[in-house]
Ligand binder design. Structure first.
Ligand code: COA
Length: 350
């Protein structure tokens, strides 16, 4: 039977490292000022989230630019030419512009727009985007619809954060980055080959606990922005009820992890690595404890990159692969949770 195989993986983060001490001094254009503009500190951020630093793009860099770099690396890793891609799935909450989606920009930047005219799907499941996209790609490949799918998660968060004490609970968490995989079909009867399992879930009653309303259609025209009056610019920034998100994330990630094992009959003896979404190191540690995951199998990168939303899973796998930990053919269980609420889990061979 046809199974879906990961042919290659790649990631990209911008060069600029923003440490916790620096973030207190940044203005809306990410330029450090002498004054402290946000009351926060390294000890608070590290203790509550595990984050030490994150990456920020240079001005004028789009999400599709980060996606392009990650895609090139994934294609090279797969030994697949860009022209062979017959479908792009682009997961992001920070598209280049409101529409069209970023997938078509990525297609154009890859130089394959007129050559392939491949379909470009943009999906909007925030931190769950990679697992949602993997489920789509798996279905497309198993049904023979497409043969070379480029699945990308990429985000530029730094341009839409509230650089002030008011926004500190969200602002310190997020970073910019991208991860990509190339997927294709493989004839195999081994149920533990390739993409073994995917499950996606959502609960829309949680939509108001983490959102960015910049395109709220009840406002005409979309937003009334006054750069001199921060109080009137709430719609420009993400808002979060951190405690509710935290509690629900621990619950759903634990349950989704346990369900993935129950549904497949696999145990931690079969799985090489647990790669959770990277929102908060404490969330991941609690999930690992509840789901009884061996600590040496848990991979995190939030310390270095913060939360890069749809990018965290491929970015974390690629980071630890480059460090020599993750090897080709290893079996990964990944669990994600994000705004929506949305969540999911997947088991696949890298
Ligand atoms: N620096 C310093 N102090 C901060 C701060 C910051 N960056 N952000 C918030 N605080 C302050 C709060 O104002 C509050 O002060 P007060 O007690 O004087 O009112 C205090 O710290 C405690 O805030 P609280 O919100 O209770 O902290 P917390 O322990 O819940 O941690 C989060 C906050 C955001 C780290 C945590 O709720 C979290 O990680 N939630 C989940 C986030 C997440 O996963 N988001 C993405 C989902 S995909």
């Amino acid at each position: 039977m046809i199974r879906t195989q990961l042919l290659g993986i790649g990631s990209y983060v911008p060069d600029r490292v923003v440490k916790n001490d620096e973030i207190r001094h940044l203005n809306d254009r990410h330029v450090a000022q002498e004054a402290v503009l946000t009351e926060t500190d390294d000890a608070w951020i590290q203790q509550r989230t595990g984050i030490k630093e994150r990456r920020y793009v240079a001005e004028g860099t789009y999400t599709s630019d980060l996606a392009l770099e990650a895609s090139r690396r994934a294609l090279a890793d797969a030994g697949v030419a860009a022209e062979e891609i017959d479908c792009i799935i682009f997961a992001t909450l920070s598209p280049d512009i409101h529409f069209p989606g970023s997938g078509v920009y990525l297609q154009r930047k890859l130089g394959i727009a007129d050559k392939t005219q491949c379909p470009c799907f943009d999906i909007r499941q925030q931190c769950s985007g990679f697992v949602y996209g993997l489920q789509m790609a798996d279905a497309f490949i198993k049904t023979g619809t497409y043969r070379r799918i480029l699945l990308v998660g990429a985000e530029v968060h730094s341009h839409s954060l509230d650089y002030s004490t008011r926004g500190r609970d969200v602002m310190v968490l997020f970073g910019d980055g991208a991860g990509a995989v190339v997927l294709g079909p493989k004839e195999s009867d081994d149920p533990r080959d390739g993409v073994v399992y995917t499950r996606a879930a959502a609960d829309g009653t949680g939509a108001e606990y983490l959102y960015l309303k910049v395109f709220d259609i009840s406002k005409a025209p979309y937003l009334q922005y006054d750069p001199k009056d921060r109080e009137h610019n709430q719609m420009m920034y993400p808002h979060m009820d951190g405690k509710r998100v935290y509690v629900r994330a621990v619950r759903e990630m634990n349950l989704a992890t346990q369900k993935a094992l129950a549904d497949t009959g696999l145990t931690w003896a079969d799985i090489d690595w647990f790669v959770p979404h990277q929102a908060n190191l404490r969330i991941n540690e609690q999930v690992a404890q509840l789901a009884q995951i061996p600590p040496e199998k848990c991979l995190n990168t939030i310390q270095f990159y913060g939360n890069t939303t749809a990018a965290t899973v491929p970015l974390t796998i690629d980071h630890w692969r480059q460090a020599g930990k993750v090897k080709k053919g290893d079996l990964v269980l990944s669990t994600v949770f994000g705004s929506g609420f949305t969540w999911g889990a997947a088991i696949f061979r890298v």
